[in-house]
Design a protein. Structure first.
Length: 185
């Protein structure tokens, strides 16, 4: 056999052997994807410092403790909050509604009533009932005054501000509306 033919057979045999060996190679299994990195823990937010009630907006400040009571006495229909802290009453003969706040400074001459509709500025008179001896600021307005509608329909609360007294926030309950409606009819 000529030398060239032998080299060709050796090459063909080497090639065939390498092809056969390549077919015996194990196929690698697919790698599992690495788990996603865990997100860093969120930084804790500092707790807000509670504001003092005097610094809170009137719509967020706590409502004064107490309940409204409806009563009729000597022809006068009234609603009283707490221990007569706030009284709203009707004088049927004159169709006037009186709004009184107890515990005011003797120099107080005006009352600001805040409702969810806006603020009402009303002038009043300071009196000191003989029974209690505590000064009261009383505002007298016609029953048809639209400010009473704002009070009656205020969303949940009413704020009353008078000189010499901390802001008073009372709930807007049905007793107020009843006095207003009774006085108008």
């Amino acid at each position: 056999m000529p030398k060239i033919a032998m080299i060709a057979r050796l090459r063909a045999g080497a090639f065939l052997t390498s092809v056969l060996l390549a077919g015996c190679q194990a196929v690698p299994s697919p790698r599992a994807a690495p788990p996603p990195p865990t997100p860093p823990a969120p930084k804790p937010t500092p707790a807000p410092t509670p504001a003092t009630p005097s610094n809170l907006d009137w719509e967020e400040a706590p409502v004064a403790p107490g309940t409204w009571t409806y009563l009729t006495q000597d022809g006068v229909k009234a609603a009283s909050f707490g221990q007569d802290i706030v009284v709203i009453g009707c004088r049927p003969a004159t169709r006037q509604i009186e709004l009184s706040v107890r515990g005011v400074a003797p120099v107080a001459r005006a009352m600001t009533v805040r409702t969810s509709f806006g603020a009402l500025q009303w002038a009043g008179v300071v009196t000191s009932p003989a029974a209690s001896g505590v000064a009261m600021l009383t505002v007298s307005r016609p029953a048809s005054d639209p400010g009473f509608d704002q009070i009656a329909y205020s969303r949940g609360r009413i704020a009353i501000e008078v000189a010499g007294r901390t802001r008073l926030i009372v709930p807007a309950w049905a007793e107020i509306s009843r006095v207003i409606e009774d006085c108008r009819n």
